[in-house]
Design a protein around this ligand. Sequence first.
Ligand code: ADP
Ligand code: MG
Length: 323
Amino acid sequence: MNSEFDIIRRYFNKPVSNTILGIGDDAALIGSSRKTVLAISADTLVVDKHFSPDVDPYNLGYKSLAVSLSDMAAMGAKPRWVMLSLTLPISLVKDGERWLSGFSKGFFELAEKYQVELIGGDTTSGPLNIGVQIIGEVVEGQALRRDGAMLNDEIWVSGRLGDAALALCHLKEQICLLPDEVDQCLAALNQPIARVELGQRLIDLAHSTIDISDGLMADLGHILSASNKSAKIYLADVPCSEPVSTRLDQTLAVSCLLAGGDDYELCFTAPCAKHQEIENLSNELSLPLNCIGKITDGNGLIVYDRAGKEITLEKKGYDHFGS
Ligand code: ADP
Ligand code: MG
């Protein structure tokens, strides 16, 4: 069963229904409805950079799609189609198919949940590398962008931040989590939940949106530079779970919270007039939405600690080419 075509047929070629032509030809054919525009995004997951070589293949398949779904969420788009480019070491193909069946199971479980269709890709051998391209639809003129933040907007964050980064610190033995904390934080790291529904619901509420993949400060920073604005945020209001909050006296935990990355929550800005509607949405979706600060003009991004003192962090987020 080792040919490239066997792998595609056996693990990845699933029936499609919202696609004109799926896997099997030189290109897939899709048709979007006339009033929508396509939102398209690519992500690459590289071994030793985004995941360790011994990661559970199910988790890896799941996360490969989750991070792309998160990009759709941040645009307010409905995810529709996905392409998968796999570079696989021969050893993984020869391991009795354990790896491929785990990976494809994790991938398709999420694809089915969001009704996203795999319509093509590429399969080659080499050092493990996973490329995902995702295509979504959003009504013309309604996409959520980074460049829409306005003066005096409130800044909001969904869910709770820091768990995934804390899990990574635990795996690197920089901190020691308790057993039940390990489970919670590893779940955040391995199976992040893309806020797809929230993204679409924010279309009428938010001025600007981004998903937090590289860390709150870095990603909010992208909104600020795209919108040419500044901001003040308050550490005390940044939502974090127990494992993070019980360690906020440690710089490492603060840095996980503000600059850790891999959260895949949404950070968005919205006018104060929408405050109540956003709280209502939070109740409706049973998803915490917390206001953490305000858009200002001047002075960049300032983060205040509980005592009202400015926090300065060495690293504001993950940068592949940073030192
Ligand atoms: P070509 O040689 O024309 O590039 P390939 O032989 O690479 O085509 O691929 C055959 C078909 O299988 C194409 O439709 C391609 O999109 C699809 N495909 C290849 N790899 C994957 C994969 N990992 N997941 C889904 N579809 C794939
Ligand atoms: Mg090809």
